[in-house]
Design a protein around this ligand. Sequence first.
Ligand code: URA
Length: 240
Amino acid sequence: MQLQDLLFSQGFGTRRVCAGLIQLGHVTIAGERVTDAAAEFAPHGLRFCVDGVEWEYHEKAYVMLHKPAGTECSRKPSAYPSIYTLLPAPLRQRPQKGAVQGVQAVGRLDQDTTGLLLLTDDGQFIHRMSSPRHHVPKVYEVCTRHPVEDRQLQRLLEGVTLEDDPRPVRAAACERSGERQLRLTLTEGKYHQVKRMLAAAGNRVESLHRSQIGSLALPPDLLSGQWRWLGPDELAALGA
Ligand code: URA
């Protein structure tokens, strides 16, 4: 693949911008400056530096973000900064079918919810992970306003009804993790689902943190606001 096309595919701007970056000496590969925009490289696994920042070629982008509180999962946020501002420009600018689209969040978390969020430019992966049919479990750590009662745990497991749907929604798993804390596993993702389920069970969410999606747990060393690429084993475990 020509280096200018390779940079374009990774979100470094239009082909013309990418050619300019190369010709002006901003790109190195294996420590060597490459100034020929049409130079050919095998893309898979290729590592390259743009202005000293190292990148690896990824045909599709799959990343995890530790979402901080006070951020919105929207490109056009209404009140808080967008989570997309936490990602570097190439991830936001990756082209898809000729248009600049960038990665998209796999489902949304509320502005005050923290924790594990996946982002990708693979539409099929988004569909698989979000579809209720695939039952991907998501684990939430909930701090509650009132002490968690056995009766509430039972109701969450047996099913509660939310105002917009007569069918009961139930937690796939639910356990007390402290006097005012519980760990709740859901396999669907309705709007404000955890908050509404807790309210229906007679308690109230004070804070909410997503700690796991499928077999993927938020790594303890990924600090709030940080992102990283998913590794091949993590992707395989998620079925990407
Ligand atoms: N349920 C909620 O109520 N909020 C979230 O952000 C995620 C799940």
